[in-house]
Design a protein around this ligand. Structure first.
Ligand SMILES: *Cc1c(COP(=O)(O)O)cnc(C)c1O
Length: 354
């Protein structure tokens, strides 16, 4: 039995799993909602997406995803406000970035209506799964990968686009200590660093494990050429506050164009905080740490929104950041989450109602 909403066919799950879920003790991305969106590319075109029960997928062992890593993804969140209305945050930016990533990985781009109508319909069907608790949200994972077969090292002829959702609690990473990386690189000029490609993450895991063994929680990526400039914090964009100026690097081949990053820049500027978008050298940050002008460092990304850094290691020396009462990190995080959850006005038009 199927129904159709927003032109999207829906095949409902026979039973809901929602009663097994403790919404007061949600981890991040561990339980999955009843349904998913599925859309297949075959014979040169994307077929209409469908909402289907969340389920395992079967792939041929020669599927190109396993061998050549053609896969891209997005990360976004849905929030429920006090009236039980459901909101997304700048979803068209996620759609556009998914296609930018796909293009770089020779994956066929998706039509906007398949992504947006598919996402809307999935969220309408699984509306009950959007958590209400403070800090909680429905984490949304759209992804596209090569499902076509064959060992020939060339782009696949078939792909799958899937959206799964996971009710998730507040992402508390705590204060993290980071290691400024001098050997490994996350990305390079001409590479795929600006794409949300699965392989970018695989390449980060080993250097991050080494940093964890040394007692840090995360790596600060520097430019691949000289390792002299700060680029990203793990899989987040990075902001550094020196005196009262917020500094972040310019997006490039190597630095991912984060939606949280650009929202922070716009918000901070609107609030009269000085923002500089420019190359930021490790030496400048070390100098600022030594002379006391380094006030804050934080990562920015959808999962944690803002993740404060308490100190960093560089060339066998550790530097601590001051413990401030009023941080830009706390202030900007509250401003963004209040807009996301419909607790504050949205002068930028970022919220999107489902
Ligand atoms: C996803 C991601 C970010 C953050 O992007 P948002 O749109 O803010 O979630 C930053 N850096 C990297 C490498 C990423 O993959």
């Amino acid at each position: 039995m199927s129904t159709i909403i927003n032109n999207i066919e829906i095949i409902k799950a026979k039973a809901t799993k929602i009663n097994d879920v403790d919404f007061n003790n949600l981890k991040f991305g561990h339980v999955f909602s009843d349904h998913m969106l599925e859309c297949n590319f075959k014979d040169g075109k994307w077929a209409a997406p469908k909402v289907v029960p969340y389920q395992a997928i079967t792939l041929d062992p020669s599927s190109k995803i396993f061998h050549y890593g053609q896969s891209v993804f997005e990360g976004m969140k849905a929030y429920k406000d006090a009236n039980e209305d459901v909101w997304l945050f700048r979803p068209l930016d996620n759609f556009n970035r998914l296609n930018i990533s796909s293009k770089r990985l020779a994956i066929p781009e998706l039509p906007e209506n398949y992504f947006m109508d598919g996402l809307k319909t999935l969220l309408e069907v699984d509306k009950e799964w959007v958590p209400k608790n403070e800090g909680s949200s429905l984490y949304i994972r759209p992804f596209v990968f090569a499902s076509g077969n064959g060992f020939h090292a060339s782009p696949a002829d078939e792909y799958k686009f899937i959206i799964c959702t996971a009710p998730s609690g507040a992402y508390f990473s705590g204060e993290v200590r980071v290691l400024i990386e001098e050997t490994y690189s996350r990305s390079a000029n001409g590479g795929v660093g600006y794409a949300k490609a699965g392989g970018n993450y695989a390449g980060q895991f080993y250097p991050t494990q080494l940093a964890i063994e040394k007692g840090y929680q995360q790596v600060i990526w520097t430019d691949d050429n000289t390792h002299e400039y700060i680029e990203e914090a793990g899989a987040m964009n990075i902001f550094v506050r020196i005196n009262d100026t917020l500094i972040t690097g310019p997006t490039s081949d190597r630095i991912l164009d984060g939606i949280t990053r650009k929202s922070i820049i716009e918000l901070a500027q609107a609030e009269g905080i000085a923002v500089e978008i420019r190359k930021l050298s490790v030496l400048e940050v070390v100098e600022a740490a030594k002379n006391g002008t380094l006030k804050e460092m934080f990562g920015a990304g959808t999962a944690a929104v803002i993740s404060p850094i308490s100190g960093f290691g560089y060339k066998d020396t550790d530097y601590d950041l001051p413990k401030l009462d009023d941080t830009y990190a706390n202030y900007l995080k509250k401003r963004i989450t209040d807009i996301q959850t419909n607790k504050a006005e949205d002068p930028f038009g970022w919220r999107y109602k489902i």
